[in-house]
Design a protein around this ligand. Structure first.
Ligand SMILES: [Mn+2]
Length: 238
């Protein structure tokens, strides 16, 4: 369909990962994080999204937090972290540790009702809703606001189960197909499921997969000329 808009947004590239489930410094997942950061640097992405469950639980030792923040500080690009169901934003959450406040490039989505982070230097607005309890009653994409037409890329990040068009039964953290279709977003970065998988093309929505299971991340290119394209990028050597 011809695009009649007078403006074109600048092409942006995002590295989308999730579900590292970091537990201890000795874990192989720590090597995966270092590999992912190096990949983001090599690929010169404009932003990194971690779509939930960066940590496996909230009782994380300081040395692992220091390692993670140190790795993320290697990035020249901003990183947006969504708390998932394992590392949910309860009192005493790992994300209350002060080191996460030590860089203005590390953004943690903290609003349980959802919030929009505006990154004007990137011309990107990113919406997400953190998981803030262990009760499994969060609907990760419910309430996503329609984007304003302001020449920005609109990206949502959500951690939960995509249930398609079927009515959700026993699933918690579920995301319905209509929620994706009606979201008005340019890209939806999903986390929670272990394998790289496209679940929607209009708008484009992918699970990036857990690095330990899929051995990969998603590289997302946002372009008004060529559309939104997502590539599975293998973590060679991890
Ligand atoms: Mn999860």
């Amino acid at each position: 369909m011809p695009d009649s808009r007078a403006w074109r947004r600048r092409r942006r590239r995002i590295l989308h990962t999730s579900d590292l489930h970091l537990d201890r410094l000795e874990d192989k997942a720590c090597d995966s994080l270092a590999t992912i950061v190096s990949l983001a640097i090599d690929e010169q992405v404009d932003m990194v999204i971690i779509a939930g469950d960066l940590f496996d639980h909230n009782r994380i030792e300081n040395d692992l937090v220091s390692f993670v923040v140190g790795q993320l500080k290697r990035l020249p690009a901003p990183v947006v972290i969504l708390p998932g169901n394992h590392d949910c934003l309860v009192p005493g959450s790992v994300y209350e540790q002060a080191e996460f406040q030590s860089s203005d490039k590390i953004h943690i989505i903290r609003a349980p009702q959802g919030e929009t982070l505006d990154l004007p230097e990137l011309e990107v607005s990113i919406w997400g809703k953190c998981i803030d309890s262990y009760d499994a009653d969060v609907l990760p994409l419910e309430g996503v606001p329609q984007p304003r037409v302001n020449g920005r890329w609109h990206v949502a990040v959500a951690h939960g189960y995509y249930v398609g068009k079927e009515p959700p039964l026993s699933y918690s953290y579920y995301i319905r197909h209509e929620e994706l279709v009606n979201s008005g977003q340019d890209y939806i970065a999903l986390g929670h499921l272990p394998m790289f998988r496209c679940v929607c093309l209009e708008p484009v929505a992918y699970y990036c997969g857990s690095p330990s299971m899929s051995d990969s991340v998603a590289l997302v290119e946002l372009s008004d000329e060529t559309g939104v394209q997502v590539t599975q990028c293998m973590l060679a050597g991890s």
